[in-house]
Design a protein around this ligand. Structure first.
Ligand code: GLU
Length: 290
């Protein structure tokens, strides 16, 4: 049998510039794929226009280039994939896996339910938020390369989750599963903040008969005052002028023990070192402080 072609990816949302936490995900997924002789793809998750920031896509591309993180092939933009997502939704509808829910958020909050008040499940509505039935999901088990076997009772934790919102926007859960599968992604390496989405994604893959990628969820990056580095917390944008130092610190956070002498080396040299010396098993599960 020919050796499997490893394909990794980095999938930022253009809600702001890359910060140190995003660099961990970009670097970790890049080096992990390259270490296995694999491809590394870039996908821009621009399916939520109200949350997007003008200029963010260009900023992200420039920042990746400044850090020597060159991707293979064209950049995939989720905003161009609507037709494909609709085809998949049609298929799920035909399988009886979806229903349109017309409950409002405030109704759900008042009733203390996580998904739907109930009647929508059998009402046959043609408009509303399209939810994936989870009653038959049981406990979803999946493997994380750092954490081992994990499981989640999605019915209890998130219920029938939304794949297409009432306002017509596609949900992250749908787009990520369809795009990872269509791109042949074998290895999903991303931040631990996304860990609680994985079981839902596995359930959707199961309903679509798609193979599961391998998963590795990287530690979160915290700021010096212990706050998670995220766009919501206004994490500072990566400074391309400090690319070498940023990369060295990111490798140190991932406990790859980069030699001190590498700290000032150009990005290409640091990445070459990292690809050769990559030890995914050394990555900590606990958050790291920059
Ligand atoms: N677009 C997501 C984010 O920027 C990442 C999605 C993923 O890696 O699955 O947080």
């Amino acid at each position: 049998m020919p050796a499997e072609q490893v394909i990794g990816r980095f999938a930022p949302s253009p809600t702001g510039p890359l910060h140190f936490g995003s660099l961990l995900a970009a670097l970790g997924s890049h080096v992990d794929a390259r270490h296995q002789g694999g491809l590394w793809l870039l996908r821009i998750e621009d399916i939520d226009p109200p949350r997007e920031q003008p200029g963010a896509i260009d900023d992200i591309l420039r920042s990746l280039e400044a850090h020597g993180l060159h991707w293979d092939g064209p950049v995939l933009r989720q905003s161009t994939r609507g037709e494909r997502y609709e085809t998949i939704l049609d298929r799920l509808r035909d399988q009886g896996d979806l229903y349109a829910c017309q409950c409002s958020r405030s109704e759900l909050a008042r009733a203390g339910v996580i998904d739907c008040l109930g009647p929508c499940r059998s009402a046959g509505h043609t408009h509303g938020a399209w939810r994936l039935r989870s009653a038959d999901a049981g406990i979803i088990h999946f493997h994380d390369r750092l954490r081992g076997e994990l499981s989640e009772d999605i019915r209890r934790v998130c219920g029938d989750f939304v794949l297409k919102r009432r306002d017509g926007l596609y949900a992250y859960q749908l787009a990520v599963v369809v795009d990872d599968a269509d791109s042949g992604i074998t290895d999903v390496v991303r931040g631990a903040d996304l860990l609680d989405n994985t079981a839902r994604q596995c359930w959707l893959m199961q309903r679509l008969g798609l193979p599961r990628p391998r998963y590795l969820h990287l530690p979160l990056a915290l700021s010096a005052n212990g706050q998670k580095l995220s766009k919501q917390n206004h994490a500072p944008a990566l400074d391309p002028a400090c690319a070498s130092d940023n990369l060295w610190q990111a490798l140190a956070c991932l406990q790859q023990s980069p030699p001190p002498g590498l700290r000032a080396a150009p990005p290409a040299e640091q990445l070459a070192w990292a690809v050769t010396n990559w030890r995914s098993g050394a990555i900590p599960v606990t958050p790291c402080t920059r």
